[in-house]
Design a protein around this ligand. Structure first.
Ligand code: GLP
Length: 245
């Protein structure tokens, strides 16, 4: 990193000069996306400046989304993201949405089992307290980018064995002939907090989209109640609007 001349060159606060040289290093590819930043102590020694100054410059770049801190492992250069555009009006699964864009999906399981429903689940799924609900919590990853945290609740009647969901929930529901045909989805803006932020690899406070989907069978029964949190920098919803007659 070209940090030697920091003290000498130009006027202005040191931390801004350091910030600029780190930014230049990212832009010019000297620091690549996914690279770890050298420890702050090394940067300070190398550039012959205080650690406070280094921290201030790094904080700035984290706030602006160029760097991300991961607990226990260091500070990394953020991969620039191209947004995934999602049509608002089609009832598709995450796996299908990503496959259409040529992206492979995988998941990190956060939760997968049968439970008694929470009050929210009882309301959304129309179930009594002693019923059973399959809960599927997943960090959903497209190619290598964590895109969303998704927590789905399905009445055990439609999904008696949550372990049968290996990759796609909708494929598993197809098999029990309970794939939803209609859904109501609510989207709202939020700021992503920890631990979600570190799972998604974004700075705490970054913009997110919070999405709730309630899906129905043709009979009108509710199949699915799902809460998702998408990275705001990686997801776009697109709706086609027509003038009604
Ligand atoms: C989307 C929806 C979820 C739904 C999921 C199913 O992400 N927001 O409500 O549960 O798709 O995706 P898959 O079949 O890939 O598990």
């Amino acid at each position: 990193l070209p940090l030697e001349g920091l003290q000498a060159g130009g006027s202005g606060p040191l931390y801004l000069k350091l910030r600029q040289s780190l930014e230049d290093a990212i832009q010019s590819g000297k620091l690549n996306h996914g690279d770890a930043l050298p420890p702050e102590r090394d940067l300070a020694d190398y550039a012959n400046i205080s650690r406070v100054t280094v921290r201030k410059a790094v904080d700035d770049l984290v706030r602006d989304g160029l760097l991300v801190r991961r607990h226990g492992s260091g500070t990394f250069v953020v991969k620039p993201v191209s947004k995934v555009q999602q049509s608002l009006s089609r009832l598709t699964s995450f796996t299908e949405d990503m496959a259409r864009r040529g992206l492979n999906t995988h998941a990190r399981w956060l939760e997968r089992g049968l439970y008694h429903p929470s009050p929210d689940e009882m309301m959304a799924l129309g179930l009594p307290a002693d019923a059973l609900v399959a809960r599927l919590g997943r960090l959903r990853i497209a190619d290598d980018m964590p895109l969303a945290i998704e927590r789905a609740s399905i009445s055990a009647e439609f999904l008696p064995d949550p372990q049968s969901v290996t990759s796609s929930l909708y494929t598993a529901l197809d098999k029990t002939r309970s794939r939803p045909v209609r859904a109501v989805q609510r989207i709202s803006a939020c700021n992503i907090k920890d631990p979600d932020a570190s799972m998604l690899g974004v700075a705490v406070g970054s913009a997110g989209l919070s999405i709730e989907r309630v899906s129905y069978l043709a009979s009108g029964r509710v199949v699915e109640f799902t809460r998702s949190l998408y990275r705001g920098d990686a997801y776009d919803f697109v709706a086609e609007l027509t003038l009604s007659e």
